[in-house]
Design a protein around this ligand. Sequence first.
Ligand code: HEC
Length: 403
Amino acid sequence: MIATLWDLLELTLRWLHVITGVAWIGASFYFIWLDNSLQDPPEWKAQQGVKGDLWAFHGGGIYEVAKYRSAPAQMPGHLHWFYWEAYSTWITGMALLMVLYYFQADTYLVAADGLVRQPWAAVATSLAYILSGVVVYELLLRSGISGRIPLLLGVALLLALVYSYLAHMLFSARAAYLHVGILIATIMVANVFIGIIPPQRAMVRALEAGREPDAAAMGRAKLRSTHNNYLTLPVLFCMVSNHYPVLYGHRFAWLLLVYIIFVAAAARQYFNLRHKGIHRPLILVTCAALYILLALGVAWDSRPALAAGAPRVSDAEALAVAAEHCAGCHSAQPSQPGFVAPPAGIVLESAADFHSYANRALVAVSSQYMPLGNLTGMETQERELLLNWLRQMSAGGAVSSND
Ligand code: HEC
């Protein structure tokens, strides 16, 4: 009963997180598009202080949108603000992090062979990891290197490598990608909270008081907004990669992630330019090619290789290991406390079951993602035996389309 409720709580938070995330990123994409698509206004609008305008068709009507250089002659009675989308995405995300990774830290957060083994210490490390990233970003912004793009990119690359590597040293493989994503997303929300909304409020106050708004502060807010724009695609990748141990369980997972983050951020550049009417398809094609190259490399690297002379493993031997280390969770009625249904819908009780999932099981077991958190205390020889059996299966080519 409690375990089922817990599962449903997790599902509900996930659902809310996706809804709020769609609202946030959707609004963000819309305003980036809007800003980049503004055209020179007609003379009469320019005289009223309009910097750019555009017309759009949606929902059965025509919209006229105008952006002022600073403000209209008279402030409107109601001004729409956009920040709750960002805050609620972060709040639901952190709640999900707690329910899934903090309250079940020994299963999901702690790496069996990681630097931090105590669940409470892993939770503290996770919070420190996220917070330190935000502090480092703030220091970097204030250091004044943000205007020097090549230097900024170099430092960002170095920091991404350090933080990605750290995440893999500190947390379980699955939690590592997620932590890099949470770190970047927290920087983005902090940008909205401390760097974008306060100067905008100050601007409104200044205008209402008839003072000149602080242009430098607005410039800094715009810079943060630009950073957020480039960070959206990498964050989304970190969040959805959660179910692909083929990447996050890879021995170079931390490096692959940094590669993907930079390729995804660069791909954003194509869209930013296109909104401005500048077509540079080569950017998108190069990014897609780099991404496909990585996918092919990982696929090539993960092909099952049965070492010459590896002992032949019988079904009975392998199933004995599986019964001890997999079936507690992966059975129609799991005996492992906290599990009410076979995780990921995967039942692993018979040789035929393993046939269906041979490739995924190979990835999950060789990356040490399974048994989850090594809760069952699987020994290295047992792992090798199971892997050799799975490799035999894959080499036999009898893998069903189920995997
Ligand atoms: C303590 C419980 C537990 C044990 C023991 C366990 N698993 Fe899992 N397994 C899970 C959970 C939970 C998931 C779903 C994780 C996710 O969604 O990423 C999962 C997912 C999987 C997946 C799917 C991964 C994918 O591709 O998304 C495979 C394959 C798998 N397990 C195989 C195994 C094998 C083989 C063993 C035994 C060596 C094993 N598991 C032992 C809990 C367990």
